[in-house]
Design a protein around this ligand. Structure first.
Ligand code: HEM
Length: 195
């Protein structure tokens, strides 16, 4: 989003409009009113998964999925990259483009159709998906609400190239300038017992 400041501006504007004050930090109850911030988080999860594969599962019976026969006892690995960056499902899949999620009108990071892997689905799907979604969106919302972000001097862009592990190949450096009333940061630190 730092590389495409228009996105950062839209997300910040959305949060500011919903919160409506420089003296209140975004809360979990604001998340349902943040379609664009949710779309940005969904796009991040789609394009930059934390690991190449989902946890392995073993089939307990012969079955056929999408035309593929999977014999009983097979280890089944779902590819996060293969799904999230699948050109048959996503237009221009390598482009970070949050707007593609807006038509889904979702306020969480779940993806029951497995077009990308977030919490997966079914009996072994994540039981904490609601909490995980809300906390992730709230964190992103608070980062854009709490700071004016900029690329450090001397750098043209944030380098997004990936190491083999899928993590960033180079460390992330960015400037964060506080933009809320200082009391907001102090009360947050206090609640975390840092001040
Ligand atoms: C952003 C946050 C989170 C993400 C991305 C996430 C993702 C996942 C994924 C991908 C799985 C594996 C599903 C599968 O194997 O098909 C999983 C399983 C699980 N998650 Fe989460 N999770 C998150 C937060 C949480 C939270 C907050 C809790 C609990 C409060 C939780 C509890 C669990 C449990 C217990 C399982 C195992 C379910 C089972 O095997 O039956 N997760 N999670």
């Amino acid at each position: 989003m730092l590389n495409q400041p228009e996105m950062l501006r839209r997300a910040t504007e959305e949060v500011d409009t919903v919160v409506g004050s420089k003296e209140r930090l975004l809360q979990e109850s604001d998340v349902p009113h943040l379609p664009y911030v949710v779309a940005c988080a969904r796009e991040a999860v789609r394009l930059h998964p934390v690991a190449p594969f989902n946890l392995p599962h073993v089939s307990i019976a012969d079955c056929t999925v999408a035309g593929y026969f999977i014999p009983k006892g097979s280890s089944v690995l779902l590819s996060r990259l293969g799904l999230g960056r699948n050109p048959a499902v996503w237009d221009d899949p390598l482009r970070f483009h949050p707007d593609r999620h807006l038509a889904d009108n979702r306020r969480d990071l779940e993806e029951a159709d497995l077009r990308f892997i977030s919490f997966t689905t079914g009996r072994r799907g994540c039981i904490g998906s609601g909490l995980g979604s809300n906390v992730t969106v709230m964190l992103l919302g608070r980062l854009v609400q709490g700071f004016t972000w900029s690329i450090p001097q001397g750098m043209e862009k944030i380098d997004l190239s990936e190491a083999k592990s899928l993590f960033k190949a180079t460390p992330l450096y960015a400037h964060a300038k506080p933009r809320l009333n200082p009391c907001v940061y102090f009360s947050l630190l206090k609640s975390m017992s840092y001040a």
